[in-house]
Design a protein around this ligand. Structure first.
Ligand code: NAD
Ligand code: IPM
Ligand code: MN
Length: 358
């Protein structure tokens, strides 16, 4: 089939890991006889440098035309004090909103070969296999009013956490649908002991749950969830939460996998008539300025995101499984980057995955 893919490598290690993701994608396309039509675009800090804005209109157009978009990471230290609209991260928030990808799926697995890479004790990690389902286009990230007003002691920063019933319903259905195909358990995370948004969240989740009688629902307060994730991570299957909670807890979850460089993500929204999802695929990590340019970033989060794209946006389940199996084989063979205590380069890991695919 034809795979029309837009790549937005972005900043820092984003370019390095995306190069390996695309190496694997080209390899899979060649092996399985798919025609890859690949376009590259600008988003983030590099887009500010080249066009003056983090989310150029041309990029928006390319994303709307593509079947799927793969991304690297966005953010550069030189913009740390820039106003929100002139920050690389704004590009990321913009494209998520344009594509309406409200469901961010972040699988967290403990790979057998990586048990010793995690600071957690091995016996806690055995069998850990969860998906953090993070609402991605609402909540604090987009709510208004927002901004900084006033001056002196009265200078005030404002953000607004807001959710509608419709927004909560659709992400809840996504979570329950996924759970139905897995261990049949949804843990909905909120702060309903304090926040009205969370009270509505819990109410709507409870209303939707009976549509999925085979799936067990439990609720957990977000502070407790932060603890349970490292105390007893094997208890989770689908962990459903709003945008900001999901951002924070997914980085915590990466400790289970051994490195933030291991975590892939799929951000999906509407489903096309063919069943394929409109999707954005990106690793969970950022641009890692501390290691950028050294060729040592772990590309497996980016490569895992390619596998997710093959599955969700193209329905290529066999190809996706081949990529995932190859990643596991490479881990078992000990070809890993420094974050996993190995000494392979980013490129060596990408090439090893291609070889393992065969
Ligand atoms: P980060 O994820 O970039 O880095 C945190 C730590 O993890 C660093 O020590 C880094 O070296 C390490 N790390 C991250 N990815 C790695 C990989 N693939 N292999 C090995 N080690 C890896 O988070 P940060 O330092 O808080 O943020 C840096 C910049 O990235 C900021 O500008 C931030 O806004 C941005 N950011 C972007 C995204 C994104 O584009 N999706 C996500 C998170 C942060
Ligand atoms: C992520 C990142 C982004 C987010 C930032 C860079 C806007 O941390 O994808 O996890 O908070 O969503
Ligand atoms: Mn994050």
């Amino acid at each position: 089939m034809q795979l029309k893919v837009l790549a937005l490598p972005g900043d820092g290690i984003g370019t390095e890991v995306t190069a390996e993701g695309l190496r694997v994608l080209r390899h899979v396309a060649a092996k399985y006889g798919h025609e890859l039509v690949l376009t590259e675009g600008l988003l983030g800090g590099i887009a500010i440098h080249k066009t003056g804005t983090p989310y150029p209109a041309e990029t928006e157009k390319l994303a709307l035309e593509a079947d799927a978009t793969v991304m690297g990471a966005f953010g550069l230290p030189e913009f740390d004090n820039a106003p929100p609209d002139k920050r690389p991260e704004k590009g990321l928030l913009g494209i998520r909103k344009t594509l309406g990808v409200y469901a961010n799926l972040r699988p967290v697995r403990a790979y057998e070969a990586l048990l010793d890479s995690s600071p957690l004790k091995n016996h806690l990690l055995a069998g850990v296999d969860m998906i953090i389902v993070r609402e991605l286009t609402g909540g604090l990230y987009y709510g208004t009013p927002r901004g900084i007003t006033g001056e002196g002691e009265e200078e005030r920063g404002t953000n607004t956490m807001t959710y509608t019933r419709g927004e909560i319903k659709r992400i809840t259905r996504m979570a329950f649908n996924l759970a139905g195909k897995r261990k049949k358990k949804v843990t909905s995370v909120d702060k309903s002991n304090v926040l009205e948004t969370s009270q509505l969240w819990r109410k709507v989740v409870v209303e939707v749950a009976p549509e999925f009688p085979a799936v067990k629902l439990e609720h957990m307060l977000v502070d407790n969830c932060a603890m349970q994730l490292v105390l007893k991570p094997a208890q989770f299957d689908i962990v459903l939460m709003e945008n900001m909670f999901g951002d924070i807890l997914s980085d915590e979850g990466s400790v289970i996998a051994g490195s933030i460089g291991m975590l892939p993500s799929a951000s999906i929204g509407a489903q096309r008539a063919s069943g394929a999802w409109v999707g954005l695929y990106e690793p969970v990590h950022g641009s890692a300025p501390d290691i950028a340019g050294q060729g040592i970033a772990n590309p497996l989060g980016a490569i895992g995101s390619i596998a997710a794209m093959l599955e969700y946006s193209f329905g290529l389940v066999e190809e996706a499984a081949a990529v995932n199996a190859a990643m596991e084989a490479v881990l078992n063979a000990g070809v890993t980057t420094r974050d996993l205590k190995g000494n392979a380069t980013t490129e060596q890991v990408g090439k090893a995955v291609c070889e393992a695919i065969g």
